[in-house]
Ligand binder design. Structure first.
Ligand SMILES: Cc1cc2nc3c(=O)[nH]c(=O)nc-3n(C[C@H](O)[C@H](O)[C@H](O)COP(=O)(O)OP(=O)(O)OC[C@H]3O[C@@H](n4cnc5c(N)ncnc54)[C@H](O)[C@@H]3O)c2cc1C
Length: 423
């Protein structure tokens, strides 16, 4: 048994990196969301870097270093190198699929499970880790069948396993960047140059977190400022003051998770009360937590630090009153936006915010848009390109919930079958 492999526990990856390193955070976040157990060893002196990570000093570009359970070592690894190491990186096995699904959040995973289980040759393409937003959730408590809740990463890993068992092909660490659509065929171009040809397509690419839009925001990304619930960071926040920005369920959930580790958790919201935006069960828990407080009518207007975040400025939106707080932990959980610029280039109809418009929402006075080429109206969840569907958070009018995304993924496959039967 290896040093890190305790009886009954899965082997763990060791990550050595400079304390406050953005690159090391990216690796931790990826492994956390992929449900791969790891130990984080934060290095704070050159001696530690030499002795523990085998590099010259803390500034060595080979950091972070990952040591895998088989003893192999990756220096400053990319997602692709990590997925290769875990045996998850594959090339497409077919020259043409029945269905290509972009995005492996709950909607895409569900579409993959149903498509493959119903005999379609399906490929699922994900640019980052499996699980999407849900994969960053510490505990999803409103998902059917899990009365005590389930971590998003575990739910995603189970879905990945299920999709693979049914024969879906999953390409991780690959990003769809462009599409071309012809009658009966879609061609997706991935960032690495790979071409995916499929008779039908589901876009399930979800949304991307919103930003604070402060001029120096990028400087602290992964070094004190994080987008999302920062699950991989919670256990490092011990005895510190953590700030969570946002009033939605993801922010509430993150705050409750941090409250188990941090001395104090402050939720910063623009509105007057959490009650307007948060599920009741979370409002009750936050009210009962002794170390969680809510600062209402406020926003973060400045952040500062020396390499690592050291302080933030909160401004009251009504009075203009300002207060500075010392902190190394700022988690941004504010509503995001879809990334669908590629769709505009091929004249797929989007709403003002960029969400893909589908089915009945495309009709004006009962008629499809002018460029709709065939003699039927678009199916529910079908965009204005026949055979090109949208499911989950990326779809105009979708409910931003895990179960809804899963439902939409399954339902989109039903319409894919109808479409494939007619071409
Ligand atoms: C912290 C947090 C907690 C939450 N908790 C709950 C909860 O308790 N209950 C609940 O019902 N909902 C919860 N939600 C909301 C829920 O997770 C989302 O509604 C759901 O994940 C949406 O699923 P999706 O598949 O549509 O999109 P996403 O989950 O956003 O997944 C989209 C995927 O597409 C990938 N992608 C994007 N662009 C590309 C591209 N070009 N090529 C390839 N891949 C791409 C992304 O990397 C991502 O993995 C939570 C959300 C967050 C952030």
């Amino acid at each position: 048994m290896s040093e890190t492999q305790l009886a009954g526990q899965p082997p763990r990856v060791k990550i050595f990196g400079r304390s406050g390193s953005s690159a090391a955070y990216t690796v931790r976040d990826f492994l956390q969301r992929s449900d791969v157990p790891f130990d984080w060893i934060a290095l704070s002196t050159d001696d530690q870097a030499r002795e523990q990570a085998g590099v010259a000093d803390l500034k060595d570009p080979r950091l972070p270093v990952c040591i895998f359970p088989d003893g192999s070592r990756l220096e400053s690894p990319t997602f692709r190198q990590i997925t290769e190491k875990l045996g998850w990186f594959h090339d497409p096995s077919r020259s043409e699929y029945d269905l290509a699904i972009y995005g492996a959040g709950p909607a895409g995973l569900s579409a993959a499970v149903y498509a493959a289980s119903e005999g379609l040759k399906a490929v699922l393409i994900e640019r980052s880790a499996i699980g999407g937003q849900a994969g960053t959730s510490s505990k999803i408590e409103n998902y059917l069948g899990f009365p005590s809740g389930i971590s998003g990463a575990e739910l995603a890993e189970r879905a990945r396993d299920q999709a693979c068992r049914f024969g879906a092909e999953i390409l991780i660490a690959r990003e769809g960047v462009r599409g071309e659509f012809f009658p009966g065929k879609g061609v997706g171009y991935l960032a690495d140059g790979t071409k995916i040809v499929a008779r039908s397509t589901i876009c399930a690419t979800g949304i991307q977190y919103g930003r604070l839009n402060l001029p120096n925001e990028d400087q602290f990304l992964g070094s004190g400022l994080y987008y999302g619930a920062g699950l991989s960071e919670a256990s490092s926040c011990g005895d510190e003051h953590v700030f969570v920005v946002g009033g939605g369920n993801s922010a509430g959930q993150a705050a409750m998770h941090f409250s188990r580790f941090a001395k104090r958790v402050t939720i910063v919201i623009r509105g007057p009360s959490l009650k307007c935006t948060l599920s009741r069960y979370l409002v009750d828990r936050i009210s009962a937590a002794p170390n969680v407080e809510v600062v209402a009518n406020a926003e973060v207007t400045a952040i500062d630090g020396d390499g690592v975040l050291q302080q933030i400025l909160l401004t009251n939106r009504q009075t203009g009153q300002q207060q500075t707080f010392a902190t190394h932990w700022l988690f941004i959980c504010i509503g995001g936006a879809p990334q669908t610029e590629w769709a505009a280039k091929v004249n797929i109809v989007r709403d003002e915010a960029g969400y893909l418009v589908t089915g009945p929402d495309l009709l004006t006075d009962g008629r499809p848009p002018g460029n709709w080429p065939i003699d039927r109206n678009p199916y529910y969840m079908e965009t204005n390109i026949p055979g090109m569907f949208a499911a989950g958070d990326v779809r105009h009018g979708s409910v931003k919930r895990c179960a809804s995304a899963v439902g939409e993924g399954a339902m989109a496959v039903t319409f894919v079958h109808r479409y494939l039967a007619e071409v």
